[in-house]
Design a protein around this ligand. Structure first.
Ligand SMILES: NC(=O)c1ccc[n+]([C@@H]2O[C@H](COP(=O)([O-])OP(=O)(O)OC[C@H]3O[C@@H](n4cnc5c(N)ncnc54)[C@H](OP(=O)(O)O)[C@@H]3O)[C@@H](O)[C@H]2O)c1
Length: 347
């Protein structure tokens, strides 16, 4: 049994992590922290549904308290906060999965350009492994620091990677169009996220300027060893959770839908959390919500020579906490599916 600590336990990512870890047979939550402003409280007071399930105090972050109380740390913190904290946990010989973008980029200048902060540890940027098990399982196994991927990049990279790696689509004209539920912005999202703004509304935001665009480009470029260019438009839809991503990719040669589906089936044949839908069936968010699955379907538009790929994930599970648990399982040598077998039939 490993002792697990969660920093950022009061946010959506932290809360979802608690939900998943409560059913994990080899991990026990032993330490919790958040920005409590001196008002420590039992986590079951903060989330009453946890009553009689977990009785741990959640207090302001104190690195010594967390390192004494836990062997494995999840940091579900806003960007820039993890930057300072990760090195302290690593120094104390702990394994860390960081939810933020602070250790996702290979190039510190790209991080600075998109996040507005100078990176203080080139070495750790180099060391951190991008935690997408379908692409980096072996590196994750040996890692002590995982940069858990962003939610949009998870769905987009999983949907594009097999076709790019097989050289079947043009790498410079990819369009990624995503729709996310509101929990993607965290528990305290700020202006424009109140009920009246969100309910019965549907809007695009950060067009050609979202921070997940360089992350998608970095990961796909690394994979195919040449520059991949993406136009990315995210949208906010009035649902609590789930991301549906539509990718438009130009085929280099004529292909039938069944042939493209076979490429996906072959690439993901041993993956426990990827489901490729059969011809003429397409992913829906309700079928992945509450699960760690990514569903992928596609159709070739023979008229335009494009393949249209649809992927769905739950932003809080495969897009964040579920993927983090999957990474922990790989790092600790547990069965990859431990703690991740729950389903929610009504999202
Ligand atoms: N939401 C998603 O779907 C999603 C998906 C993928 C990745 N992520 C990433 O995961 C991270 C967490 O996201 P979230 O949605 O869970 O955000 P959130 O709901 O806003 O939660 C943030 C958590 O961090 C705590 N916190 C903030 N500043 C802190 C500090 N200085 N010291 C200690 N704790 C501090 C907050 O405590 P208080 O509540 O007490 O302020 C809260 O527990 C972010 O980096 C986000 O980009 C989120």
């Amino acid at each position: 049994m490993i002792k697990v600590g969660i920093v950022g336990a009061t946010g959506y990512g932290g809360a979802e992590l608690i939900r998943l870890l409560l059913s994990h047979p080899q991990a026990k939550i032993t330490a919790l922290a958040a920005k409590m402003d001196g008002k420590a409280a039992m986590i079951s007071q903060l989330f009453p549904a946890l009553e009689r399930k977990i009785d741990i105090n959640c207090a302001d972050l104190n690195v010594d308290r967390m390192t004494e109380g836990a062997d494995f740390l999840f940091l579900a913190l806003p960007h820039k906060v993890s930057l300072e904290i990760v090195p302290q946990f690593l120094k104390a010989d702990k394994k860390v999965v960081d939810f933020s973008a602070d250790y996702r980029f290979d190039d510190p200048e790209v991080y600075q350009r998109w996040y507005g902060v100078k990176h203080n540890s080139k070495e750790l940027l180099k060391e951190a492994v991008y935690g997408l098990p379908e692409l980096y399982r072996e590196e994750i196994r040996k890692a002590r620091l995982i940069a858990n991927p962003g939610c949009y990049p998870t769905g987009a990279v999983l949907g594009a990677a097999p076709l790019l790696l097989r050289g079947l689509v043009d790498s410079e004209s990819i369009i990624v169009d995503s729709k996310t539920g509101v929990s993607g912005a965290g528990r305290w999202p700020g202006e424009g996220f109140n009920f009246c703004e969100i309910e019965e509304n549907f809007k695009a935001y950060k067009i050609a300027g979202h921070r997940h665009q360089p992350e998608m480009e970095q990961e796909l470029s690394k994979l195919v060893k040449k520059e991949v260019r993406i136009s990315f438009t995210p949208h906010l839809v009035p649902v609590k959770r789930g991301i549906l991503t539509t990718l438009y990719l130009n085929l280099k040669e004529e292909m039938k839908t069944e042939e493209v589906l076979r490429v996906f089936q072959d690439f993901y044949k041993d993956e426990p959390f990827i489901k490729i839908l059969e011809s003429d069936k397409f992913p829906e968010v309700k079928n992945v919500c509450g699960t760690n699955f990514c569903h992928i379907g596609c159709k070739v538009d023979e008229r335009t020579g494009r393949v249209i790929v649809i992927s769905t994930i739950d932003n809080l599970v495969k897009g964040a906490s579920g993927q983090a648990v999957q990474n922990m399982n790989i790092m600790c040598g547990f069965d990859e599916k431990e703690g991740l077998e729950q389903v929610a039939l009504i999202p």
